[in-house]
Design a protein around this ligand. Structure first.
Ligand SMILES: [Zn+2]
Length: 438
């Protein structure tokens, strides 16, 4: 049996174990920076397999994390993780939202291959309807308001399957494997802090993947790459004014609501850009304290996007100018807090060809029909990792793992066909063996 056959055998034989693990992650869904139970369990499994394991402050640069919840919320999350069966050997390291795990396998001289698996859930209330399979089969989220509605429970599970498969062929590997279990992908908050910590420095090949919906009649198992996700910035904006009596002395107030309202209308008036598509959205606005009080505080959640990093910068700079000017018009001040960001991603075409070759010829998987490399419509912070690798002369790709889904991503009835789990292991582990074994 050669290495590829051994990987396939292990992937197929691990199917039940992976389904159970995926369902355990699903049931104990944790949103960004709360993945403390999840991280502790991943760290325990990687350690048992024989990996060198990084946890806590060794994974993410603490200050570069974006959109981190309050200390009080994180402490509650920590207590919940402990109560829900976190691994006691690793949970302490994750306290305060220092989530994420990196497993390293060193096999002598050779290139470094990094593979990324995101592990966070979404702030979605999972369906309790009886025909929603996770509910019917008892693995719906018990953490009300947190749900794996984007398949990252599958991503983390595939990563652990890859760890097991690669350990079994490690005598055939020449180089280093880094398995990155990334926190806080939702809201594009986590990847940059891993890059800032230096974990992508010196990486020669990088692969990430996302589960993607396929139709019942489509035989494809994977797409070797994708391109063109939107660059984006997410901001929490707070206008500060001064409260005053609305009847007695309104002239003494500084109206934060007026500043915010001025900003909303003008944000949507940012001109189109001839270089490509852009987006602006004000998703939330909360202002004021009562009918007869001049409003002293207004909070907004906004985001901008652009087809390229440059277009996104155009949007963010314009938006910032509007926010500051709107505040100044009404003698208010404004705090603009970056809560998440990503650049645009692009997969290396020649590397995608290599991936297609390995996944089809060595692993027996079916590629997407032409065009096999497709445009990514959303935003993905894996782009930061890819960019760091590519600017050093390395190759990177963000794949698709195709599977049927019960509902679209981010929907409360989301679920996926778990037969993708062993296929994902075959794809990732086969690529690593090819890059380090031949
Ligand atoms: Zn996702």
């Amino acid at each position: 049996m050669n290495g590829y056959e051994l990987i396939s055998k292990i992937a197929d034989e691990s199917r039940e174990e992976m389904v159970a693990r995926r369902r355990d992650f699903h049931k104990h869904a944790e949103t960004g920076w709360f993945e403390m139970r999840t991280s502790s369990i991943i760290a325990g499994i990687l350690t048992d397999l024989g990996y060198e394991v990084l946890v806590g402050e060794d994974v993410c640069d603490k200050e570069a994390r974006m959109g981190v919840p309050s200390d009080a919320e994180l402490e509650k999350g920590y207590e919940r993780a402990v109560a829900q069966g976190a691994n006691p050997d690793f949970i302490e390291a994750t306290r305060g939202g220092m989530t994420g795990v990196i497993g390293i396998l060193r096999c002598g001289e050779g290139p470094t291959v990094a593979m990324r698996f995101d592990i966070d859930a979404l702030g979605v209330f999972e369906s309790a309807e009886k025909d929603h399979r996770p509910t019917a089969e008892g693995f719906a989220s018990i953490n009300y308001g947190s749900m794996h509605a984007c398949g990252h429970d599958g991503h983390g599970t595939i990563g652990l399957g890859v760890a097991k498969a690669l350990m079994a062929v490690k005598d055939q590997l020449h180089g280093t494997v880094k398995l990155i279990f990334q926190p806080a992908e939702e809201g594009v908050r986590g990847a940059k802090s891993i890059v800032e910590k230096g974990h992508l420095d010196g990486v020669d090949y990088f692969v990430g993947a996302h589960l993607t919906k396929k139709t019942e009649d489509n035989p494809a198992d994977f797409g070797p790459g994708s391109y063109g996700s939107l660059a984006t910035c997410k901001y929490d904006v707070t206008f500060h004014g001064l409260a005053a009596h609305a009847g007695g002395a309104p002239q003494l107030g500084k109206n934060a609501m007026l500043a915010a309202a001025t900003a909303v209308l003008n944000l949507y008036a940012i001109p189109r850009n001839g270089e490509g598509v852009t987006r602006i959205n004000v998703g939330r606005l909360i202002a004021g304290s009562g009918r007869n009080v001049i409003c002293d505080e207004a909070k907004m959640e906004i985001e901008v996007r652009g087809a390229t990093t440059k277009l996104n910068e155009f949007m963010s700079e314009y938006a910032e100018r509007i926010l500051k000017s709107a505040a100044a018009m009404h003698d208010c001040t404004v705090d603009i807090r970056l809560m998440g960001s990503s650049i645009s991603l692009d997969s290396d075409r020649d590397f995608c060809d290599t991936i297609t070759k390995v996944c089809t010829e060595k692993m027996g998987l079916v590629p997407l029909a032409d065009p096999s490399i497709r445009k990514n419509g959303g935003s993905e912070d894996v782009a930061y990792m890819m960019q760091r690798v590519q600017e050093q002369g390395g190759k990177a790709s963000f794949m698709r793992l195709m599977t049927t889904m019960a509902a679209p991503g981010h929907n409360r009835r989301y679920d996926f066909d778990e037969s993708v789990l062993p296929k994902g292991v075959k794809a990732f582990a086969g690529i690593a063996l090819y890059l380090l074994g031949e």
